[in-house]
Design a protein around this ligand. Structure first.
Ligand SMILES: Nc1ncnc2c1ncn2[C@@H]1O[C@H](COP(=O)(O)OP(=O)(O)OP(=O)(O)O)[C@@H](O)[C@H]1O
Length: 788
């Protein structure tokens, strides 16, 4: 037996020993869960047997309370033990399948010999609880595995830096207790393992990458210093993966103080949410909160407006070129989302401190109770240096006091008497009882009938005034809509506000204004108006904050506007932010002129900010990356991971019927070659529907729309902007014709669609291919043409 065979046998033996240990642990834990469950059932069943219930006097009642509390505590302690044992059991079951994936032998400077450190998705101690059979990949010592090749190395611990030397670094593929492969590895975490992982078929769910995290990704995952972490990375460079492993890392590192509810991830859409939702549970952690900016806007504004969502806006931008307002709308999207417009909005809000806020009168029973002019006077009588929200709170307080007076006066009005007559029996009984109680207390005599009428009148008026009081408390006397509208209705005001921002000067402003006014008057808020509107609302009402959340992740951050960054920062004042994005995938029209994370970094101090760049792309094969990197400026910096595969194809067809037939044949061939998820990517939703209609007659294929919440492996038709962030075994670009992609502004969308492909990429066009392919060298794809 050669030395390596012997080594392998030893390793297989160790796997078996560890698996036996895990299996013993599972048996113990199952028994523990069983015993605790029986305890819980028993306690619940006999809960009242051990409690003495006696409410005869205060002392007895307190004793009863204490006795119930004690019993409840015993129960909740048992329930906690049950949860703990169940969690441990689940972890052991996960380890059973593949106990570890890596090993390093580390010789610590101050120690005589080296220690073998095996890394897995959770820690496991030997049966005496003395030595680690497996270290959690997030333990401080495990960082050596990701950061160093054999040779000198060190790692940070809470008590200082530990230095030494790595003498061996090894990777394993263990499945169902069998050691399938092992490799000794040098500089990076081995290509062999990455080849194996990346060569697999796409899934409808993202997978964890703990076994193959790369050094530059590890830096992002373990960063604890920065308030703002910016990750800018090429398509497929592992930004989303790094973000999710980072969540898992933080939950481990701060397990005593941080819970999954204190972490929020903003993602582009609900489909993406579902795509990434299995990574953390796979690692034994609970999922963080997931949301979208649209959900937040809906929560804040959904009652006042019908809100356009970002995908509707996108579909408009891509399809409505012939509409008369198109250019004005595009200009509105660009201007209103920009950092200079954020300054304009701030300037407007500053002016409003001195005058111009529009107020709503407070009405009562079809009349005006307090006029808007009076509220305005009240507001502007306060010191103008006080922030607006503080002054609003003072106004609300004053208004509530006024309302109290008015309420008192109202009681003698005839309508009140009429309503009192109409009250039902219950109200009278309640009033009678209340009177009796009071009579008892005061021990005086009075005219019962008058008192009763008075009480009932008070009750009626109070009930009617409740909505008034509520509306004052929630500051509804501020007419935010009208104040926002005023900016676009008063041309002179807007000109003044824009005068300091030359980059916003545009001949389109009159058209932008009339478009905005038209939408507002119809109760609609366009996607580009939502963030500035919310921003103004905050400046007037005060910020809504969530102090619980400690970490906020923004994925696909290139799609966020200056306002959105500011709003999210304000919303989570105690959170650290991790912002991940790729400017080459900035598909929304608003991002076109703002190609940096300058806006978000300006929200934090420079010393609180760190930026990381990921240039290596893992998703696609080498031929696909060679092709896609030529589609965008700066693409030469993208480094492909060396995974072989088929060259992309670009096929010319001569008719729609031929296009359908070619795609059907292609999908069938791809399926026959073992590809599980094959996506036909169209530019727009309208085109997706059309493509689906013709393909579905000949193939099983699913249409993905904005309302699809999750998708399975299989054949699908999907609009480009919904495919953001996800990946497929093979991508078929439905229509790469000159007619379809005719604008420079569509370059990033085109690039985003092509970069979704893991193993194969096929493009089709009619007549002439899009100019976006002009600078792609002919040697990086195969050109095909059907016989005419
Ligand atoms: N270290 C790694 N080991 C194994 N797979 C990796 C690694 N890094 C990235 N990947 C794989 O590469 C693919 C792309 O990763 P991910 O989606 O995280 O990239 P991204 O930068 O968010 O991409 P995009 O911006 O295009 O949406 C995924 O299949 C992921 O599992």
């Amino acid at each position: 037996m050669s030395a390596t065979d012997q080594e392998r046998q030893n390793e297989q033996q160790r796997v078996e020993t560890v698996i036996t240990e895990i299996s013993n642990r599972i048996t113990d834990l199952e028994q523990q869960v069983q015993v605790v469950s029986e305890d819980i059932v028993g306690i619940r069943k006999h809960f009242w047997d051990d409690v003495t219930v006696n409410f005869e006097d205060a002392t007895e009642a307190i004793e009863t309370y204490v006795s119930i509390k004690q019993q409840a505590e015993v129960l909740s302690e048992r329930e906690r033990s049950q949860r703990h044992a169940q969690n441990q059991l689940r972890t052991m079951q996960r380890l059973m399948h593949s106990p570890y994936f890596g090993r390093i032998d580390f010789h610590e400077e101050t120690e005589p010999g080296s220690e073998r450190i095996y890394l897995g998705i959770a820690s496991l101690l030997d049966k005496n609880d003395e030595h680690f059979l497996i270290y959690d990949w997030r333990a401080p010592i495990s960082s050596l595995y990701y950061d160093y090749s054999p040779g000198p190395a060190h790692y940070d611990t809470p008590s200082g830096v530990v230095s030494g030397k790595i003498t061996c670094k090894r990777q394993y593929i263990i499945r169902d207790g069998q050691l399938l492969h092992m490799f000794d590895t040098g500089v990076t975490i081995g290509d062999e393992l990455l080849q194996e992982v990346l060569g697999k078929q796409a899934d409808s769910q993202m997978k964890s990458i703990v076994a193959t995290i790369q050094r530059d990704q590890n830096r992002i995952i373990r960063n604890e210093k920065s308030r703002l972490l910016i990750v800018s990375g090429a398509a497929g460079s592992g930004k989303t993966s790094a973000a999710l492993q980072r969540v898992a890392y933080l939950l481990y590192r701060y397990r005593k103080t941080l819970t999954a509810e204190q972490i929020v991830l903003f993602s582009p859409n609900s489909l993406f949410n579902s795509y990434i939702s299995t990574v953390l549970p796979e690692l034994g952690e609970e999922n963080m909160q997931q949301t979208t900016f649209q959900e937040y806007a809906q929560h804040r504004l959904g009652d006042s407006f019908s809100l356009e969502n970002s995908l509707e806006q996108m579909e408009y931008v891509l399809t409505a070129h012939d509409e008369p307002d198109y250019e004005a709308r595009l200009a509105a999207i660009r201007c209103k989302s920009s950092a200079p417009f954020l300054r304009v909005m701030n300037q407007y809000a500053d002016r409003l401190m001195r005058g111009g806020i529009v107020f709503r009168p407070i009405s009562f029973r079809q009349g005006t109770l307090i006029s808007a002019a009076h509220i305005q006077e009240l507001f502007y009588s306060h010191d103008t240096s006080l922030p607006i929200p503080n002054r609003m709170a003072l106004v609300a307080r004053a208004l509530l006091a006024e309302v109290k007076q008015l309420e008192r006066r109202e009681r003698s009005k005839p309508w009140v008497e009429d309503e009192v007559q109409l009250l039902d029996k219950d109200a009278y009984v309640a009033a009678y009882q209340q009177l009796r109680r009071k009579k008892q207390f005061r021990d005086d005599s009075f005219d019962d009938f008058d008192r009763e009428q008075e009480l009932l009148a008070k009750r009626v008026v109070k009930q009617h005034f409740q909505p008034v009081r509520d509306s004052i408390a929630s500051l509804q006397f501020i007419d935010i809509q009208a104040t926002y509208r005023q900016m676009y209705a008063d041309q002179a005001l807007l000109d003044q506000l824009l005068s300091d921002e030359p980059s916003l000067s545009s001949a389109a402003w009159p058209a932008i204004c009339s478009l905005t006014l038209e939408c507002l008057d119809q109760g609609k808020l366009t996607q580009e108006d939502i963030p500035p509107y919310l921003y103004l609302q905050e400046r007037l009402e005060g910020k809504q904050t969530n102090n619980l959340v400690r970490h906020v992740f923004l994925d696909e951050a290139q799609d966020y506007s200056a306002f959105q960054f500011a709003l999210i920062k304000n919303l989570f004042p105690r959170a650290k932010m991790t912002v991940l994005g790729d400017w080459n995938q900035a598909i929304y029209a608003h991002a076109a002129h703002d190609e940096s994370f300058g806006t978000v970094s300006s929200l934090f101090e420079p010393e609180e900010t760190e930026t990381f760049v990921l240039t290596k792309s893992y998703r696609s094969t080498l031929p696909i990356v060679r092709f896609t990197k030529q589609l965008v400026a700066g693409g030469e910096q993208i480094e492909p991971f060396n995974r072989d595969g088929r060259m992309p194809t670009v096929t010319k067809v001569h008719s729609d019927a031929e296009l359908t037939q070619q795609i059907v044949e292609r999908v069938k061939k791809l399926s026959a070659n073992g590809h599980k998820t094959i996506a036909v990517i169209t530019k727009t939703a309208a085109e997706a529907e059309k493509a689906h209609q013709s393909l579905a007659a000949l193939l099983p294929i699913r249409l993905i729309t904005t309302s699809t919440l999750s998708y399975d492996t299989g054949n699908l038709v999907i609009p480009s902007y919904l495919a953001k962030g996800v990946e497929f075994d093979a991508v078929i670009l439905y229509d790469a014709s000159a007619k379809s992609y005719s604008r420079e502004s569509e370059r990033k969308l085109f690039y985003t669609a092509c970069t979704r492909a893991m193993h194969e990429l096929h493009l089709y066009y009619r007549d002439a291919k899009t100019f976006l392919l002009d600078h792609v060298s002919a040697s990086s794809y195969e050109h095909l043409e059907t016989d005419n």
